[in-house]
Design a protein around this ligand. Structure first.
Ligand code: FMN
Length: 656
């Protein structure tokens, strides 16, 4: 047993949890306005239980539909029309030996007025918070005491309802700026009665809720309370207050779960998201220190840590050293739900580590489904299961050994096909391998190395330094050709682009020593802005020029937010509506809204987009019975897209 502390069972209340790895609360968007979870949602939660987590927690369900809903697709626990699907989810988690839990939530002053819960009620127009105030032009009213008591009762009843559905635990959401967090923070709670003032009074609401749940469900029923152990943002409470809150919960909560962040009403509120959900610019386990501080003061109640963890060695050490009793993961298990089983069996080199690119959350926010860049199956469990059938063995030629090509080859080989993978250069991984030295991309590099290892161990016939022509492809006589040729950097047509002081971004990433002490980067997409951050970390100065009037982050808006924050923190200037018109040995001349302006630097780097190798891919279309172009050679897109199409196409080969 390599990780004895991580896998030592823990008894909480009347329940034995099989290990210390909990799946942190994640909401699922696929819920009808009637509160029915789709089969896809059920499959998503079940998959985490299959992977070995000890508890699987469903995110934010609402205890008070009239005053507490944030959006229409939140399950209402006070009207009970989700009875069937909640029972089904609980059953599907439980049967794999995990404890199903659900997070009970009230949005308080962050509720959205007027949301209809069909057949039950219409949300009030009144927004209640702990105290009366005006927030961003919206009037908040002080919550009357009768309503506080009503809500306490609703929490108790909701937990009893869930217990009846088969849930083995509940999680009270008292962090992240939701209602109970609003009561806990003296910034927002200015009451003079027994629900405000001292920490004891501000925590009273949560304490009463814990007790109400124990009354309705029994003292042995585990109640986890998620707090923000620090609000983290300047002006919010710090970990000392987090400890004081936790102290109030002793004897009432069965687990104190220490997350971070709440920025309501603070100027830097926009920064909270990438702290609560640490972005790739933060170190692994960045928020564990807050849980550890709480744990130092609370020895008699289990404490859970969360945030940016995927390494079983690190998690074992967190438990072994007494920094926490439980570790919780959200994205780590979205990226690899089998992480617990793999760690337990000593197969940690097979774990796919979340790279914290935030595409899951951006997809949830912008496209309504949280899809992972590295694991195309998450949230498509049922769709992939449908193609997971017996296949006729085919000969498959994969052209290109980048992200898409490696994924296609591995998937096809796993399905039992005979696979040849040809790569034009002398290394696998595609052009993105140029970023292998970038510290904040280390999990992406690990992923590429892992795919290369998987290929080495597989039966795939990998042929390096082979430029596949149509003749070569025909000669192989494959049944299927998958073209995964990728894309090449666009070279902008600017006078001076041939200068010896000019590099493309790939060259700068691969060999930053070629960049002088200062650089002007042309293009404010992710490639250019992340390069500026990387160069700054190496002690060089960088400025970014962008022709458009905004950063190009549409593929991943929340990572865009993280990049934007990092650029500001590092004081890296980005000039918008700035069009480079001339490059010379001293830098760049650009047209800006204020007129022509010089940007002097030792090196000029261009990062203005990728050109798909579409013609080269199309040339292979008649070299086999089946032909599938995938990844960037179709249209430069994301790692998510490359992995998804490559895996789906390969999975479908030989199905009929
Ligand atoms: C897709 C997604 C959905 C989430 N939904 C919720 C939620 O409903 N309630 C909640 O308290 N936290 C939610 N979180 C936050 C996680 O529980 C967790 O605190 C955060 O992601 C940091 O942990 P991680 O680094 O392991 O992802 C969500 C996170 C993700 C990625």
């Amino acid at each position: 047993m390599k990780y004895p502390d991580l896998f030592r069972p823990i008894q909480i209340g009347d329940t034995l949890f099989r290990n210390r790895i909990f799946s942190a609360p994640t909401g699922h968007p696929d819920v009808s306005v009637d509160g029915e979870f789709s089969e896809d949602a059920v499959a998503y939660y079940e998959r985490k239980a299959q992977g070995g987590a000890a508890a699987v927690t469903l995110g934010e369900a609402i205890v008070d539909s009239r005053y507490g809903k944030r959006h229409p697709f939140q399950v209402s626990l006070d009207c009970r029309n989700s009875l069937h699907s909640l029972s089904q989810i609980a059953d599907r988690i439980r049967r794999h030996g995990a404890v199903p839990s659900l997070e009970l939530q009230h949005s308080g002053m962050k509720a959205t007025p007027g949301i209809v819960t069909p057949g039950f009620c219409t949300g009030s127009d009144i927004l209640y918070g702990p105290s009366a105030m005006e927030l961003n032009g919206v009037r908040i009213q002080e919550m009357p005491e009768e309503l506080i008591y009503e809500i306490i009762e609703k929490f108790g009843n909701a937990a009893a309802f869930l217990k009846n559905c088969g849930f083995g635990m509940v999680t009270i959401h008292a962090g992240h700026g939701w209602m109970l967090n609003q009561f806990l923070t003296s910034r927002l709670n200015r009451r003079g009665d027994r629900w405000g003032g001292s920490t004891e009074n501000r925590a009273h609401f949560v304490v009463e809720i814990c007790d109400a749940i124990h009354r309705t469900c029994g003292r042995g029923f585990p109640v986890e309370v998620r707090i923000s152990a620090s609000e983290i943002i300047e002006g919010g409470y710090d970990v000392h207050e987090g400890i004081a809150i936790a102290q109030q919960l002793r004897g009432h909560a069965d687990i104190i779960h220490c997350s971070v962040g709440c920025g309501i009403g603070l100027p830097e509120e926009y920064r909270t998201f990438t702290l609560t959900h640490p972005c790739m610019f933060k170190e692994d386990g960045v928020n564990v220190k807050y849980a550890a501080e709480v744990k130092r003061h609370i020895t008699d109640t289990p404490v859970a840590a969360v945030g940016a963890m995927t390494d079983p060695g690190m998690m074992n050490e967190i438990i072994a050293s007494g920094q926490a009793d439980i570790v919780e993961m959200a994205r780590g298990l979205i990226c690899d739900p089998d992480l617990p089983i793999k760690a337990r069996e000593g197969r940690e080199d097979e774990i796919v580590h979340c790279m914290r690119c935030l595409s899951c959350f951006s997809n949830l926010k912008d496209r309504g489904g949280f899809w992972c860049a590295l694991n195309p199956i998450t949230n498509r469990e049922r769709a992939f299961a449908r193609t997971n059938v017996h296949v006729t063995r085919k000969k498959v030629l994969v052209v290109g050994g980048g992200i898409a090509g490696m994924q296609a080859a591995l998937t096809a080989e796993k399905k039992g096909h005979s696979v040849i993978l040809c790569e034009k250069t002398n290394r696998l991984g595609g052009h993105i391998t140029c970023e292998s030295g970038v510290p904040f991309k280390k999990h992406l590099s690990e992923y590429i190395e892992q795919q290369i290892r998987r290929l080495k161990r597989s039966s795939v016939d990998v042929r390096m330094n082979v430029d596949v022509t149509p003749e070569y492809a025909r000669q192989i006589g494959a049944d299927v050709v998958i073209a995964a040729l990728g894309a090449v950097p666009v070279r902008p047509d600017i006078p001076g682009i041939d200068g010896t002081n000019v590099l493309c971004a790939d060259e700068a990433y691969a060999d930053p020593g070629r960049v002088g002490r200062s650089a002007v980067i042309l293009g404010a997409g992710f490639v250019g802005t992340e390069l500026a951050i990387y160069l700054k970390s190496l002690g060089k100065s960088a400025a970014v020029l962008e022709m458009a009037d905004h950063m190009n982050v549409s593929s991943n808006s929340l990572h865009g937010q993280a990049v934007d924050i990092k650029l500001r923190e590092e004081k890296i200037p980005v000039f918008f509506s700035a069009k480079a018109v001339q490059i010379d040995a001293a830098g760049v001349l650009a047209e800006t809204p204020e007129g022509p302006r010089r940007f002097d630097a030792e090196t000029v780097v261009y990062a203005v987009g990728q050109k798909a190798l579409s013609e080269e891919a199309a040339a292979l279309y008649d070299c086999a019975d089946q032909f599938y172009p995938v990844g960037d050679c179709v249209r430069p897109a994301t790692i998510s897209d490359a992995n998804l199409t490559a895996m789906s196409v390969a999975q479908n080969i030989g199905r009929i």
